[in-house]
Design a protein around this ligand. Structure first.
Ligand code: SF4
Length: 702
């Protein structure tokens, strides 16, 4: 039997044909008849993923010490009862807010967020009286998709279409769609644009991947994108190559920003970003040569000391040179958008991280999970001792793995729901076996923009259940889950009720209306129909009202990681970047599959050929990397990199992974303590480090 459906293992939305034999999935292939018919290695490895020997197939209760990984099989009722008892005890001892939940990307896009984090109805934590419900927004796309664009244009990135098919130039800035993107959609349209003559400029410390396709590769020091953007803005403003009418009529804070730029020298900016003044001038000339330039960027620019401001500088570049809402630039795909209303800060029962990052709360209505360790280890701002973790692995995906292990040791209630044992689950009190999207119902968006519910293709493997049903089972034991679904049938109905009515046009299959450009001139962007942008000032905010009101510098101000004395030490002459996505894995998810291990056998350290020669390190050698926070050993891959910069992928460090990944955990070398002050995002893209040749071999390391 062949079933046609959306893959659903990530949000790529690929249309696939799934072959089922004797009730088991044996093959997943792209649906060649669909425009969204494509398949990445994750999708292709679905059979391995489903039927791996490692798969969790029944509930477990801990028998050994935390971290030992010794469990006994439990019945569902016993596991639910025990989980509920631990939650009750923790709340009785420390108060309701001592419980927290975290939902990671490992839930594979399942609607579990509707139980753990829910802005419409009280989520599980809120029902229990705790404000501490967290999800991957604390470390993922929230900053780039919302905070940056809203504090400049008032829009979010879903409303900003990069018009690659009509661009003269494509600027890929801090993103590598060749190595990172599962569906490879961006790369297909970049290749098509190049074939018709468009040029590609890649601004990134890494050359491998999209940098190799570039007409111009600009090797920027990781974390210093803001310095490069400011240097370009300085040249553009000094030479008056900006759109004067746009600046006069539609921007806020230009003069203050110009004054700030006057305090910076090109020499200093060039030194910070590692790009020569000649190359900065060359990129700026290209940038000013046409309005038709699209921007390929995502979260890669976010994990830096002045992440939001760096990105705001980049958006300002596009805005003041006439590239917003024009053909071939950034098309604003929206009409009459209301101005963003910040969420009100609670005065009591505050989530952790709120006092330090109040503006982040105003955007997402929740706290910042990067401060969870302080709450557990230091009772700051109050004691937290319980965690429900669904499809996530903070110990390997957040900086400072050692600290997370200490956190897990100290928890008094730790409940994990996942498809595989993880490094985190080794510390858990109760582990629940969750299923994948092929084994349950899931709302997905089809090619026509319509959200539908897809049916399970196979019965759940073993006793595994949908994450929603698992959490619902715990909630019911606690007496707060009467309206949550208790069976597959109830789950189906519950999800159907949540699917929003289809707003598209069925007759046109959800096709877009004809484009209208420069809507800021005609009142097409603002809810009140007035010209301008849907921001508090009605202008494109170079100086943001929201930032100003919340005590931040309103214009894009750059802060370099090397301005922190304890990090700017001569023994750390290199800069490490990490956290990039892999097209083979979803964070830590999948690294223990044989197919993935074969595709990505090592967490390689990428090193520039000239640096390699100076350090006496050859391709394939092991190298020791030391940062102010830790040391690790990685296999070297000599390839195009910015000078004195290295790249190491994240995701290693689990006892359940192949040996090279088990020892190669870059998050032993990163810190939770240096954050973007606006969002609390961690600075894993720019970590000062030292690189030395290691005599270690893989055999010695095991
Ligand atoms: S990118 Fe891969 S995992 Fe994601 S939906 Fe497409 S095939 Fe599935």
């Amino acid at each position: 039997m062949v079933v046609n459906r959306v893959c659903g293992m990530c949000q790529g939305g690929c249309q696939v044909n799934v072959t089922v034999e004797d009730g088991k999935i044996v093959k997943v292939e792209p649906d060649k008849d669909s425009p969204k018919g494509r398949l990445c290695i994750r999708g292709a490895l679905t059979p391995q993923l489903l039927y791996s020997e490692d798969r969790l197939t029944y509930p477990l209760i801990r028998e050994g010490k935390r971290g030992e990984g010794r469990f006994r099989r439990a019945t569902w009722d016993e596991a639910y009862e025990y989980a509920a008892e631990l939650i009750r005890k923790t709340m009785d001892k420390y108060g309701e807010r001592a419980m927290a939940s975290y939902q990671g990307r490992g839930v594979l896009g399942m609607p579990v967020g509707r139980i753990l984090s829910n802005n419409q109805k009280p989520c599980l934590m809120k029902r229990l009286g705790s404000p501490n419900d967290f999800n991957a927004a604390s470390i993922c796309n929230m900053a780039s998709s919302t905070v940056t664009p809203v504090t400049t244009s008032g829009l979010n990135t879903r409303m900003m279409v990069q018009d690659i098919p009509n661009s003269d130039y494509i600027f890929s800035w801090g993103k590598n769609p060749v190595t990172d993107d599962g569906p490879q959609m961006a790369i297909k349209s970049i290749k098509a644009a190049k074939e018709r003559g468009a040029k590609l400029v890649v601004i990134d410390p890494r050359k491998n991947g999209i940098g190799e396709m570039a007409d111009l590769w600009v090797p920027v020091i990781p974390g210093a994108d803001g310095a490069l953007a400011l240097a370009m803005l300085k040249l553009i403003i000094d030479s008056e190559r900006y759109d004067k009418e746009f600046v006069r009529d539609y921007t806020r804070g230009f003069e203050d920003f110009k004054t700030y730029l006057g305090t910076l020298s090109m020499e200093q900016l060039s030194k910070w970003c590692g790009v020569s003044e000649e190359m900065i001038a060359q990129v700026t000339d290209i940038f000013c040569s046409t309005e038709k330039i699209s921007l390929v960027a995502y979260t890669g620019l976010e994990y830096q000391l002045s992440a939001i401001q760096n990105n705001r500088a980049i958006f300002t570049l596009w805005a003041i040179t006439g590239k917003l809402d024009v053909e071939g630039g950034i098309y604003l795909n929206c009409q009459n958008v209301p101005t963003f209303s910040p969420k009100e800060l609670p005065t009591e029962n505050k989530p952790i991280g709120l006092d330090e990052f109040p503006l982040f709360y105003k955007f997402i209505g929740g706290g910042q999970f990067c401060r969870f360790p302080r709450a557990v280890l230091e009772d700051d701002p109050y004691a937290v001792r319980g965690l429900i973790l669904a499809g996530g692995s903070p110990v390997l995906t957040f900086p400072d793995s050692k600290k997370w292990r200490e956190v897990y040791e100290k928890l008094e209630c730790f409940i994990v729901s996942d498809r595989y044992p993880t490094e985190d689950s080794r510390y858990a009190d109760v582990v629940f076996p969750a299923c994948t999207v092929f084994e349950t119902y899931k709302p997905v968006m089809g090619a026509d923009g319509k959200i539908t519910l897809i049916e399970p293709v196979i019965e759940p493997v073993g006793e595994s259940r949908d994450d929603v049903l698992i959490l619902s089972g715990i909630a019911k034991k606690l007496g707060v889950g009467d309206d949550y679904p208790g069976s597959e049938e109830e789950l189906k109905e519950w999800l159907c009720q949540m699917i929003p009515p289809y707003a598209g046009d069925f007759a046109t299959g959800g096709k877009q209306a004809p484009r209208v450009y420069q809507k800021y001139k005609t009142g097409g962007l603002r809810a009140d129909g007035q010209p301008g942008f849907p921001t508090p000032s009605g202008k494109f905010e170079i100086c943001s009202v929201l930032l100003e009101e919340n005590g931040f510098t309103p214009y894009p101000e750059y802060r370099d990681i090397r301005s922190i004395p304890e990090l700017n030490r001569p023994e750390f002459p290199f800069t490490m970047t990490t956290g990039a996505r892999s097209m083979h894995r979803m964070g830590v998810f999948g690294a223990n599959l044989p197919g993935v291990a074969k595709a990505e056998p090592y967490p390689y350290m990428d090193l520039d050929p000239e640096d390699a020669e100076e350090l006496g390190i050859k391709d394939g050698d092991w190298a020791k990397v030391t940062t102010p926070f830790g040391t690790g050993t990685f296999k070297t891959r000599v390839c195009g990199m910015a000078r004195h910069c290295i790249h190491i992928p994240h995701g290693g460090g689990s006892e359940y992974m192949p040996e090279a990944w088990r020892i190669g955990n870059v998050n032993e070398l990163t810190s939770l303590d240096y954050n973007d002050p606006i969002t609390g995002f961690v600075t894993m893209k720019s970590v000062p480090c030292r690189v030395e040749k290691s005599e270690m071999t893989m055999e010695k390391s095991i």
